[in-house]
Design a binder for this molecule. Structure first.
Ligand SMILES: NC(=O)c1ccc[n+]([C@@H]2O[C@H](COP(=O)([O-])OP(=O)(O)OC[C@H]3O[C@@H](n4cnc5c(N)ncnc54)[C@H](OP(=O)(O)O)[C@@H]3O)[C@@H](O)[C@H]2O)c1
Length: 256
């Protein structure tokens, strides 16, 4: 397999995938799949969602592979890892895009009312599941001393901006993405000196099921920084937290 194998979690819709009517640049899956040296593995919890997305891309002459993956399930992650190993014998790129956001629930407006069940469910998907899939795929990256890992975070996780930013309190979501940023920094420390680069970024507020229709940007616009971080050259940046490139015209680190 000479192509790089790129796994994108939760990639049948939204930032991971975007709609068939998207701009030519496309979402993360679409943009990566259009690079000749990359083979994209589209993933979704429900098999029918991913297969339908794969078919839509195929009708646009964009070929991707598909496998079901629920990142909160040990069994699903094990089956997926085995399939990757048997099919390609490697993985080069992992975009941890799958995520949940319970911000719209009224109790999320205050730490006085936030439900612990909601907090646990959000941390389970946005932090622990990323830890699980990254841990599972890391041996395949280590075996070839190559890997590019992109963790999809949010500006709302910047602790140093929390006192003054204009975002809703959203305790479950923000804490989960703070955890994701921490995971990014810790993986980077553990991988120091290797050619496996782990970074996080904020895609900005986008028109997806999560972001809603009032968001100012498309999922395609939010994908740009993910593609940049997924294709970093050897010696590229390690363990940083980036803003969306669209905002600054280039890769700019956000304060933690
Ligand atoms: N939209 C925004 O404005 C915005 C802003 C900042 C950051 N982000 C981040 O961007 C990423 C993508 O969000 P989006 O806006 O594209 O949201 P979205 O349209 O709601 O997509 C989220 C994706 O995650 C998947 N997912 C959730 N739980 C999963 C699990 N256990 N296993 C596998 N996949 C799972 C969903 O699949 P199901 O349909 O099966 O649940 C869906 O494919 C998230 O990490 C989000 O936090 C979004």
């Amino acid at each position: 397999m000479t192509q790089k194998v790129a796994v994108i979690t939760g990639s049948y819709k939204g930032l991971g995938y975007a709609l068939a009517t998207a701009t030519p640049s496309g979402s993360i899956a679409r943009q990566l799949a259009q690079q000749e040296d990359i083979r994209v593995v589209l993933t979704s919890r429900q098999e029918q969602d991913g297969l339908a997305a794969q078919k839509r891309l195929s009708s646009e002459n964009i070929q991707v592979d598909f496998h079901a993956l629920d990142v909160t399930s040990d069994i699903s992650v094990q089956q997926f890892t085995t399939w990757l190993q048997q099919t390609y014998g490697k993985v080069d790129i992992l975009v941890n895009n799958a995520g949940v956001n319970p911000t719209m629930q009224p109790e999320e407006s205050s730490l006085l009312t936030v439900q612990m069940e909601t907090m646990l469910a959000t941390l389970t998907t946005n932090v622990l599941a990323v830890a699980r899939i990254t841990q599972a795929l890391m041996p395949l990256m280590k075996a070839q001393n190559y890997g590019r890992i992109v963790n999809v975070s949010t500006e709302m996780a910047s602790i140093s901006s929390m006192g003054s930013d204009y975002y809703p309190l959203a305790p479950s979501y923000r804490l989960s993405k703070v955890g994701l940023n921490g995971l990014t920094a810790l993986w980077a420390k553990e991988l120091q000196g290797s050619n496996i680069l782990v970074n996080a970024y904020s895609p900005g507020w986008m028109q997806t099921d999560m972001g809603g229709s009032n968001a100012p940007f498309t999922a395609d616009e939010g994908a740009e920084t993910a593609v940049y971080l997924a294709t970093l050259p050897e010696g590229g940046v390690q363990g940083q937290f980036f803003a969306e490139m669209r905002k600054f015209g280039g890769a700019v680190a956000l304060p933690w």
